[in-house]
Design a protein around this ligand. Structure first.
Ligand SMILES: [Zn+2]
Length: 69
């Protein structure tokens, strides 16, 4: 009986999902990785190290918002 509800679509983080820091608007793009943290290109946001923070303002991952294209 349960039908998928498109409005319940949570901000899921896929392998190529980009996220934006809500404090300084820095975008993490998995295709580019992160030179500051020496994250190789192709690294999904979900696979960033636990101690990873915004390379610009040092805020934590929880402050990043999913970017919808
Ligand atoms: Zn930031």
């Amino acid at each position: 009986m349960a039908t998928p509800d498109p409005t319940s679509r949570q901000a899921t983080i896929g392998p190529d999902t980009r996220l934006e820091c809500k404090i300084c608007w820095t975008v993490y793009d998995p295709a580019l990785g992160d030179e500051v943290w020496q994250i190789p290109p192709g690294t999904p946001f979900s696979e960033l190290p636990p101690h990873w923070t915004c390379p610009n303002c040092s805020c934590e991952k929880q402050h990043f918002l999913v970017l919808d294209d």
